[in-house]
Design a binder for this molecule. Sequence first.
Ligand code: MIC
Ligand code: SF4
Length: 640
Amino acid sequence: MAKNLTYKILEAHLMEGQLVPGEEIGIKIDHTLLQDATGTMAMLEFEAMGIEQTRAELSAQYVDHNLLQTDNKNADDHRFLQTACGRYGIHFSRPGNGICHQVHMERFGVPGKTMVGSDSHTPGAAGISMLAIGAGGLDVALAMAGQPYFFPCPRVLGVKLVGQLPEWVSAKDVILEMLRRYDVKGCIGKIVEYYGPGVRSLSATDRETIGNMGTELGATTSIFPSDENTLRYLEAQGRGSAWVQLEADDGVPYDEDAEIDLSSLEPLIALPSSPGSVVPVREVAGTKVDQIIVGSCVNSSFRDLMVVAKIMEGRIASHDTFFHINPGSRQVLENVAAQEGLLALLKAGARIHQSGCLGCIGMGQAPGTGQVSLRTFPRNFPGRSGTKDDKIYLCSPETAAAAALKGVITDPRDLGKAMPYPRIKDPEHFIIDEASVIFPSPELRHIEIERGPNIKPFPSLDPLPETLEAEVVLTVGDNISTDIIMPAGNQILPLRSNIEAISKFVYAQISPEFHQKAKSKGAVVVIGGENYGQGSSREHAALAPRYLGVRAKIVKNFARIHKANLCNFGILPLVFKNFTDYERCKCGSKIVFPDIKQRLKDGDREIPVDVDGKRIITILDVSPRQRNCIIAGSTLNYAK
Ligand code: MIC
Ligand code: SF4
């Protein structure tokens, strides 16, 4: 039977369940990816499992988020991670070496392999045709322990690409077009598979940009065929032998279909403060811009920085803007330097930063009050930059460069009147830099793991009671991101290995008293709208609220990773059967979940809930495995 590429890879890795959309499946994981902000907790969880060394084919740990080192905490965590990697046979990419998704693709990614990563943008590895999924740290730790990765079998959205991108339009505009069509929740429960003749005109790093930001569509992941462009990229990385050809069978049907004519696209931009608020750049042209940042785990490749360098060559950035470059990796920077792109950027007045997430997660580069910032990043949720009421726009490198020159939002096609469009080709052979990667070795297996004072033991989580009584302490609306639930930024991100300390910031942006209130009540409930928990994979957005007493969340629907994290930490992820009941649940409402434990044991899908004495029905749509984890209080408790 003809198959799409998604199901070919899933079938080759299937360990549990059946490939029926919506049913839970468990797949074998080949590669695991950790970054430092989620990785410290994941490493502690892996240690708690008592496994001798990683059982994945390849495990890598990157240090890219927590680079500020304003006190001992980051450096202590880096040392912990480096020594733990040595001990457990994990590749360690040192601070400043680059952003996990960029470096994994450069140095380790292999077409057709599966990967689970404790970062929501892990699907960027679609650039070299990996089936790569973002997950909570505990799920990655379990994959390192050789366990299957469990998730609901997705539907496949086949996106046929035809035509070729016009000048001044690039890969970012393709994914912004997808976001314009599907918004931030249009692809929940789906894998987006790109195919068709237009795919051939996109390089591996172009595809990375599109796959990476598929996360913003709510997609489980995205996938591209592995073709001659994939081979060329791997050969340029000195890893041609890793290539295999992969594609969907001819004429295979998809669960859903879409088509994009690349030649019809124009420069697009996401408005503040959602990656889904996409309009043509020309509609907001002329808006004054105060800050421009090129970089992050999308749009920080050799091509992306070189196209900006070529546009800026011999010109100077507007003095009304601050122009930043965040390279994706040291290797990218070296290659850009070797082709004189670095010099062009420096002479244009750009501020060149080390490789890392930096301002994308509020680690510096916060814009000033009321200022407009144009970034090539994947997401712009409210307040994420570190500035309250921030005005962050998301765009392509071409649009960013045009704004850097003009000081206002500018359709980059306007530049075409004064200069030719710089078409950038990757070099045949990249300069390869592995100086900052520490490879696993037998000697390191005996290393002593160093733990700084910021690394606190994992909190103990009690099992589900027979009947749960709780109080609503917060009600929120639609599209609440994990940046709202558990903010990041320079004050909070360094506390990721200290749950007690970080829990003080839960919902701090919208409800500064949440922490006190929740702790004083014992057991509490949060009420939410649609797409609740979109965005990052951070399990701290489940673990820290649970530590404060959150035992259930009742919402209209959940984002995938957050829902899985809630189950992992024993929080009931319930959905209103009747959306109008949302109005019934107010702050202060008393909630009773009668015989909840027995109902979970019995496999009940409909869960009655008494809200101030009135009964409503909620839906618990989780697997039998997840039911057991919630009953035990957490997945770790259940595993024990
Ligand atoms: C993000 O882009 O939101 C992050 C920061 O990379 C997160 C991970 C984290 O919170 O540590 C993600 O994407 O999962
Ligand atoms: Fe880092 Fe931003 Fe990418 Fe997250 S989205 S991995 S913070 S660069």
